[in-house]
Write a protein that binds this ligand. Sequence first.
Ligand code: PEP
Ligand code: MN
Length: 441
Amino acid sequence: MWAKTSWREREALQQPDYEDAEAVRRTLAELSTRPPLVSVGEVERLRAALTEAALGQRFVLHGGDCAETFASCTEQALRSKLEVLLQMSLVLTYATRRPVVRIGRIAGQYAKPRSRATERVGEQELPSYRGDIINGAAATPEARRPDPTRMLEAYGHAAASLNFLRALIEGGFADLHHPQHWALELVSASPRRAAYERTMRAITDAIELMESIGASSQAALRRVELYTSHEALLLPWEEALTREREGHGHYNLSAHMLWLGYRTSQLDGSHVEYLRGLRNPVGIKVGGATEPAGLCALLARVDPSREPGRITLISRLGEAGVERGLPPLIRAVRDSGHRVLWSCDPMHGNTETTASGRKTRRMEAIFGELECTFAVHLGEGSRLGGVHFEMTGEDVTECLGGSLEVREADLHRSYETACDPRLNGSQALEMAFRIAELLRA
Ligand code: PEP
Ligand code: MN
């Protein structure tokens, strides 16, 4: 029998060791009385949109920070992230001729799985940083001690972020007119300038045509939907924000969508147990160690009724791993009868470390994985229905390449991520243009 607490009877990987059990209990009791951040109606609307996506009628753009931090909950960071997500989605809408479903890794992406429980900093062996919802990033034993009251802070920051995003969207920020203003710098610097200009002109023409048709189409252009998501990692927090709706079931109302991380996808583990009982749509990361049979067993557990679009499989095989790794997975899933939505995260399989010790990712490898993933799906008679990025709206230098060429020597200039390297605003937009070229080819 599933209950929102039944994960507690399984092995839960990647959880912090809190010292003060009473403080944890108090925090969770308080969290569980807090109002939801999203509504059941919104979660159901996303479910319906993802069902359409699984049937090939929509494309999904999923993106945002690797790890949001409390300090990055600022007007500027949220505004620019929303701006870039909207710009990317407009380019993808143009390319696919289908409405794009936008899902942010935003307003709750505060917990990080770590490959090692501790890390060496200088002379000290410290507990790893696990995200602001758990401990602090500063390299001191005090900062790294898991603090349960951070869960309440995370709720507060998620609420403030989501409130601001909703206000921007309601206030007409989503007005997507005149794309020629937003990509000028990018386009003028790019060797692909002519192609980008063509795409932008086509989008501008289409918008002008819709404007000339009248008010209803203008309203449709201004009104956009943005859904929120995060990795369901810190299970006590997720449980406290899970609410039952009589006759409908259980919803995690801290976000519209949740995903199962690559490191916590054990069939009999706590994370799978927790996610299987929710009405929310669920993402599952799929990587090089995912076996076709194991993936099918996971699907049977999390999607027993085989509902189209309930599950989004997010492949993150790395540029070099797609050709060999993806076809057997696609075939096994198809034969299993689950109607999943396939998405691709071209970030996590393409991480490398530079000689000076920085984690980075190359635009060419990221795009290469996408290109290969589209081709493999096509070859298998399947369809890639979404993309998943780690990105920010800001001008960081964390990933290499792009038209405004970030080189290895530039990485130190603005390397701000709390965890993995993200595409900056112009790299993210350029990625959308390149996917558009691919989709239109
Ligand atoms: C992530 O999405 O930030 C992440 C840790 O990914 P994965 O679980 O695929 O490694
Ligand atoms: Mn990451």
